[in-house]
Design a protein around this ligand. Structure first.
Ligand SMILES: [Zn+2]
Length: 316
């Protein structure tokens, strides 16, 4: 039986994991699935969050699956395919994974193995579009221009004019993708996927891609060898208790670029008092804190550009 492959890409904090959790929670995937998870940062967070779900998770931690761990990634894919124990593979690249490269790898395997590249999704935080396009076009633009479906996140936080502006900018670099603007809480996972799968023909757009690249990557791009080193991550495993008010004020302060560097993302799970735990997700325009199960230890990760690690050590 043909194994379906879905790729869920998206820049840091766009909501890739939230989306996958939503689909699993709503039982959109009835068949046995395997998730290949590639996280940026030394402290793996998402793998731990997803542990409670009954799915097979393969974490690739030592680097990016589109470049430094491409062999590991390809072998992992091959092993899963050969084992015949799964009917669908979900690939979640890190925030800076180049979607074009990952699509290329899967397409190559498609020539020999009984697999089908089904969904190529990019999650895009509409509130961060302008800023991330400006700062990180190499990765951000690549994901947007190579996706067959673009799911805009946090659309409930902007007005229609702003939303319309972002949609038309996305159209300039990707003419054919389905663009979903409905807030994720208001749409079922089945409908999200239905929209995506209806569009399955559009994934092989290789001939158009060079034009997009030229148009988009007009700076910070010396050659094909992309450089993830512009991002660093800081992480900690900690038994410390962070009352929620303290947590909120820490994240408010992280917006100060002069002090911390450019923080683009933070996530983790900590204890807020002697019994209660929370998971948190931070991007510069949003902080989400939700109740969670206790864990063996708290974990915090911060990702950004020119991060001041010493100061981060002192605030957490
Ligand atoms: Zn890479």
């Amino acid at each position: 039986m043909t194994i379906q492959i879905d790729i869920f890409s998206g820049f840091f904090g766009a909501g890739k994991t939230t989306l996958i959790k939503k689909l699993i929670d709503e039982n959109v995937y009835s068949k046995k699935i395997t998730l290949i998870e590639n996280e940026f940062g030394e402290i793996p967070i998402d793998g731990a969050f997803l542990k409670k779900y009954n799915i097979e998770i393969k974490e690739i931690k030592a680097g990016c699956i589109c470049c430094s761990t491409v062999i590991d990634f390809t072998n992992t894919l091959r092993e899963i395919i050969k084992s015949k124990e799964t009917e669908r593979i979900i690939i979640e690249p890190s925030g800076v994974g180049k979607l074009s490269e990952i699509v290329k790898i899967v397409k190559k395997l498609e020539e020999d193995d009984d697999i089908h590249l089904n969904l190529v999704i990019a999650a895009v935080d509409v509130t961060m579009y302008e800023e991330f396009t400006e700062l990180f076009s190499e990765f951000y633009g690549d994901q947007i221009s190579h996706a067959s479906t673009i799911l805009l996140s946090r659309t409930q936080n902007v007005d229609n004019a702003e939303l319309g502006k972002v949609v038309s900018k996305i159209r300039e670099i990707n003419e054919t993708a389905s663009i979903v603007t409905t807030p994720w809480d208001d749409i079922s996972g089945i409908d999200l996927l239905g929209l995506s799968e209806a569009d399955g023909q559009q994934i092989s757009r290789d001939e158009d891609l060079s034009a997009f690249d030229l148009e988009f990557d007009d700076h910070d791009h010396d050659d094909d060898d992309h450089n993830h080193d512009i991002f660093t991550s800081w992480g900690i495993e900690t038994p410390k208790i962070f009352p929620e008010t303290q947590l909120r004020s820490i994240f408010e302060s992280l917006k100060d670029e002069a002090v911390f560097g450019k923080v683009v993302r933070s996530k983790g799970k900590v204890q807020i008092d002697t019994v209660n735990w929370v998971e948190f997700d931070f991007v510069p325009n949003a902080l989400e804190i939700r109740a969670s199960e206790p864990d063996e230890i708290g974990r915090i990760t911060v990702i950004g550009h020119d991060l001041n690690q010493a100061i981060l050590d002192t605030v957490f």
